[in-house]
Design a protein around this ligand. Structure first.
Ligand code: ADP
Ligand code: MG
Length: 377
């Protein structure tokens, strides 16, 4: 790794940092409604080997990129100035500068085992690892939460993706063996134990290898539907509608908005119920909550797709305690909570179902709740 750094940049690195991808256990499409989320960090991460530069230039190379080195002056960074994958790391440096931090240049070499575009948040990992390295290289007084928030701003404003705050906060703030219970309104957080292995369970990730093109437009449209519904109900955000108020609110809303609102409100409630179970170590009881969350995303929020629906159905039929899509939807990955003894059988069943349906061969792996961003050496 340090050899590759030297080959590309001709200088010696000063440190190595890592930031993980994530899966969200439950609480999907709740973040931009100022509700609750419950992600874990993956063992998969973006690793960044880095050195500061005194000439103000930012040089970027990714082993998973386009085989070119981006070279840009930090002083000239502006939204639209950097194209392609390099916009994510460049956006973080721009955001730090915009926030008033004194940042200079750097040589940054990335390598990653986070699958990209699989709903596992490789983009957030790519951003957060840069923020973590810059904090150390330039002695910036930033907490893990502040790193996450800055990175969300980089993705929103510099890259131009209107994502919520969950992905970056998960990559920055998750801790080993825990899920991150976060209120996305005030960003208050609590680490909640998630160690399914202690109960003989595994969390299986099924990457469907599909990402449907309608995703970006559909995300914007459900998001604006949520905002319209909140405005019609006289609320700041859908988070402010309590579960008891749901029937009356649904009766008041135009029919096309009612199911969207039902998803957000019931999903927030599922997060709270999941946290109660995790606090008691009742990891198996999480299963039905996962499956109910998927049904809500499929039937009410309408962001699932044939591949994720089939993965959930086949996993549960083969013995998973519960399963759901994770991430924004329209493809990406499914998580399944599985008794360790049947993990292989569940995987085989999903693979066989995909083959019968003529879908791409899914990629399967088990994950444990891992550590958020930090310095490795
Ligand atoms: P997700 O975040 O779910 O993986 P996104 O579409 O948000 O999907 O982000 C994927 C994009 O992030 C890729 O198309 C690429 O531009 C960028 N990316 C992620 N990881 C890397 C990497 N290791 N090297 C270069 N680009 C990366
Ligand atoms: Mg992303």
């Amino acid at each position: 790794m340090s050899d590759d750094f030297q080959r590309i940049f001709g200088t010696a690195p000063t440190g190595v940092w890592a930031a993980p991808g994530r899966v969200n256990l439950i609480g999907e499409h709740t973040d931009y409604n100022e509700g609750f989320v419950l992600p874990i960090a993956l063992p998969h991460a973006v690793r960044l080997t880095a050195a500061p530069r005194s000439d103000g230039r930012l040089r970027l190379y990714s082993a998973q990129g386009d085989d070119t080195t981006t070279d840009v002056a930090v002083a000239e960074l502006a939204p639209g100035a950097v194209a392609g994958w390099a916009a994510y790391p460049a956006g973080v440096v721009w955001t730090l500068r915009e926030a008033g931090h004194r940042v200079g240049g750097a040589d940054l070499y990335f390598e990653s085992d986070v699958p990209t575009g699989a709903g596992l948040s490789s983009s957030a990992a790519l951003e957060v690892v840069v923020a973590a390295a810059y904090r150390d290289l330039y002695d910036l007084p930033l907490t893990q939460s502040e790193l996450g928030l800055l990175c969300q701003r980089a993705e929103n404003v510099f890259v131009g993706v209107p994502c919520g705050v969950m992905d970056q906060m998960a990559s920055a703030c998750c801790t080993d063996g825990n899920a991150l219970f976060m209120d996305t309104r005030d960003l208050s957080q609590r680490q909640v134990p998630f160690r399914p292995a202690e109960r003989g369970l595994e969390l299986l990730v099924i990457d469907t290898k599909v990402k449907h093109d309608l995703g970006d437009g559909a995300y914007a449209s459900v998001r604006s539907g949520c905002e319209r519904a909140a405005a019609l109900l006289g609320l700041r955000a859908l988070r402010d509608l309590p579960a008891e108020g749901l029937p009356a609110a649904l009766a008041e809303l135009p029919p096309e908005l009612a199911p969207v609102v039902r998803h957000v409100v019931t999903e927030d409630d599922r997060v709270l119920r999941a946290v109660e179970l995790l606090d008691k170590g009742e990891f198996g009881a999480l299963g039905p909550i996962l499956t109910a969350g998927h049904a809500s995303l499929r039937d009410d929020f309408k962001v699932s797709c044939a591949e994720t629906d089939l993965a959930v159905e086949a996993a549960v039929a083969a013995g998973a305690l519960g399963a759901r899509m994770t991430g924004g939807g329209f493809g990406g990955s499914v998580i399944a909570l599985v008794p360790a003894g049947v993990t292989a059988a569940v995987g085989d069943a999903v693979t066989a179902a995909f083959e019968r349906a003529g879908f791409r061969t899914p990629v399967l792996f088990t994950v444990a709740a891992s550590q958020g961003a930090g310095r490795l050496s």
